[in-house]
Structure formats: structure tokens, C-alpha cells
Design a protein around this ligand. Sequence first.
Ligand SMILES: [Zn+2]
Length: 81
Amino acid sequence: MSIVRFREVAITARSNDKCPVCGRRTTRSKKFWQTISPFNRLPDGTPKTRDDINRELKAEADAWEPDHRHAACIESDGGAA
Ligand SMILES: [Zn+2]
């Protein structure tokens, strides 16, 4: 049995904004990652490079819209999104 370790490319996005319910600031962070491997390919079939992955991770992070409501605020807000 062999163990193959692929290199991971990761970025952590942080978002600092106001809770829309109580107005206090909340910080959210999320890690976006992919591995560089022969199996992680672009749509045209070529394996992704570190640059390709970084570009995709950045796009994912840019599209990320965290929920800045506190858990308690979500409850007092009736749970409505
Ligand atoms: Zn709140």
C-alpha cells in the first residue's frame, strides 16, 4: 500500500460586517482549498496548476456571502433568511 500526498492550495477568506439584526459587527472566515493532483483537471482535461487553482479559489472567495447574523439574532428574527 502506498500513500500519495498531494499538495494543497488554500486561501482563507475573512469577512467583517454588521449583523443586520442587532447592528454589532461579526467576523466570518472560511477556508477554500483544492489539491494539485493529476485528477484535479481543467474542463479541457489538463491538470490544474497552482495558478489555475488560486484563480478559482479567489473567484469562490469573492462569491462567498457569509451570514453575519448571530445565532441568537437569527432566532429573534424568526429564523427568516
Ligand atoms: Zn446580532
